[in-house]
Design a binder for this molecule. Sequence first.
Ligand code: PLP
Length: 407
Amino acid sequence: MTAPTMPDARGRFGDFGGRFVPETLMTALGELEAAFAEAREDAAFQDELQSLLRDFVGRPTALYFAENLSKRLSGTTSDGAAKVRIYFKREDLAHTGAHKINNAVAQGLLARRLGKQRIIAETGAGQHGVATATVCAMFGQECIVYMGAEDVQRQALNVFRMKLLGAEVRVVDSGSQTLKDAINEAIRDWVTNVETTHYLLGSAVGPHPYPLMVREFQSVIGSEAREQMLAAEGRLPDYAIACVGGGSNAIGLFHPFYNDDVRFIGVEAAGEGLDTGHTAAPLSVGSPGVLHGSYSYLLQDEGGQIEEARSISAGLDYPGVGPEHSFYKQSERAEYVAATDEEALEGFKLLSETEGIIPALEPAHAIAYASKLVPTLAEGTIVLIGLSGRGDKDIDTAAKALGVDLT
Ligand SMILES: *Cc1c(COP(=O)(O)O)cnc(C)c1O
């Protein structure tokens, strides 16, 4: 690994990241950093993680050549082949239906190694909450999930899932009653109970070592995809495209290609449109500041107050982004673009119709952007898209947005 892909001694990727937390958490973060560094080198930990990823999560997930979509977007050559070849890395096939389980399993294992039996987590739509509750049930750990009151209402089914899995869901009534407030509460709990508790953070955000640790646990996506691409095509893709909320599925897909000649495109949620003020696209329209313990791009007003994020996709509905993406933006290693709610819905329908795969609304943003990019690409180009999750959770939202009455 080359230097730029590792944070410096202060936990920074270039200017971004760091550890902006109350002093009471500094010890726990130091302890976590040390435990993570040890676990990484420990063959027993890695063996156990590998077997859980295989038997519990269902890895490796498939790499799928989307021939119909490729032909639809790029047309065909004289012998009937797709001009541009689009592949999907199928995280939708992982246990619980998204990539979040990769990180949850690994952090659950790390918590056990730290001797911490009490796990707390935050959740927006409930996907990370479900992944964490799933892992805690399997490891026999106590699980408390913080969730904004508004999200509890919107995601009743996931609340029930978490309870079935034995988790306690704590409703957060403060602020906008969404993900950002749930994270605030989880941090507050951690400060109070840090001796017994591991905070199982769900994306590549937060204070060091979380962004690094989550990236490493999610890099299984890109590592597998790299091998699978070489097996399928005998070469690496020209593009890797993924949606960016906090940024964990994207950085997990990108990182193993860091030193390769592969162009990275992160697709944020433009919400109602980049110029409407109703977006969840900090890299596109935000500016750097501190949120949830780390310095990175975020949505803020002139006084530095955090602005509300807005996206049709709950998993992208976050005003910040992981620091490594801010570094990729600054160093121009990746390009960041955005897709609107409406475009994401088109992407959602497009993949469903052409390939028989209903994607989550989050990766539908990446599909939407690809549907504009692919027709402009030269014949022979290969595009890899991270399909971070399946769409079952979004059927109601999509039906409503498309004006379909399910009752
Ligand atoms: C949570 C979620 C995301 C966004 O989180 P990242 O950390 O940016 O990956 C994307 N896709 C799906 C399916 C999710 O559940």
